[in-house]
Design a protein around this ligand. Sequence first.
Ligand code: NMX
Ligand code: MLT
Length: 388
Amino acid sequence: MTQDEPMFTVHTSHLNTGLRGVPVGTCRTSFVTPTEGVHYCGYPIAELAHYTPEDIVYLLFNKELPSPEQSTQFKADLAARGRVPESVAAVFSTLPKDGHPMDWLSVGIHTLGMLETTGDWKEDALNLIARMPRMMGLMFRIREGRGDNIPEDDLSANMVQRFVRTLDMAGVDDRLMEKILATYLVLNMDHGGGNLSTFTGKAIASGHATVYSSIAGAMNALSGPLHGRANQSCLEFVLRIGTSDPGEVEAFVRGELAAKRPVFGFGHAVLRAEDPRATVQFALGEELCPDDENFKIIRTLREVAPRVLSENKKISNPNANVDIASGALLHHVGFKDPTYYTTFFGWARVAGIGAQIIDERTVMRAGKGTPIYRPKYIAEEQELRHVD
Ligand code: NMX
Ligand code: MLT
């Protein structure tokens, strides 16, 4: 393709469609195809699902999977950055306990930014990634009123273990929780350049706001129910269904559509097949908790909903998306309150959004960086007039 060859023709029908399909830039960390889903630096996501989160952060930042030595060194580098300042817990203890966990997460990231910004894009992004597990653990505990006797942060542990050990929940299987969380993080770290939260984070960074402000803004974008918060809504939906009987599940889905409510866990802006991230999580559920009541419900939903949704021709993709299975798995390992689920999505995305911000700020346009975002809007119903 030459510099002058048109890539895309904009028609009036493209206006007010949320930039759907309009090319706006390049992305070096991941791409999404309608049938194979997301690929990180060229690798299909299904082939990466069993890597550690640390190795996938390395991939997104360096565009290559690490060698065993690079992996060990990178884990040590993250551990050295992991310490969270005491005052983060103090700020959390002032927040409204019924505030949504995504708002707490955004405040937590902002707080770290106020305390620790260096101004170096890569340093700040890596520091934030390294501090997320402890900050997430503190956030869960303090919001739930368990702010006392928090175990020390063991920086020699991996990121998921640091979170699980900070949580220190009674009556759960830590190893199972770590497995589900590690896979969840890997699957959700990045999803192309144009998803709402990533786009928002890069747009904020294009005005040279800090990495922390940019990613806190991205978290706010992720908190909407049509985007990241769909994983919360999806489990709430499953709990409301309450049965894996196919006839009752079908009646429920039809009722939601008749009431003009979304059928959570289905559909996607780009994908046109079942999301491979859902396929991986279904396989994990079949292996780890096939008889879990919620898992049985989503197994039925996966059969029933695509058939019902495909009766409506305007729905471009009636298949399961990433959010269908994650809630059932998180619930099974002990996270019974779905309002926390999007914070796991946010934790994962900090890596992809951070890596994309670094690329846009320090690599694109031969290192000059992408200029401040400024798309064009066409005036509507605004005849020129003057005050008499
Ligand atoms: N349930 C009900 N209606 C749907 C669904 C669904 N699952 N999927 C699409 N539609 C509707 C959509 O609202 C739109 O209606 P209208 O023309 O009245 O605005 C129409 O079908 C065409 O939408 P699409 O072009 O197929 O999809 P779009 O790109 O606009 O939206 C989602 C994509 C993901 C927002 C949409 O499929 C949806 O609302 N799904 C349910 C919520 C969900 O599971 N979200 C998680 C997505 C993953 N993520 O992290 O972002
Ligand atoms: C996703 O993970 O599916 C996204 O963030 C949503 C998108 O790609 O638009």
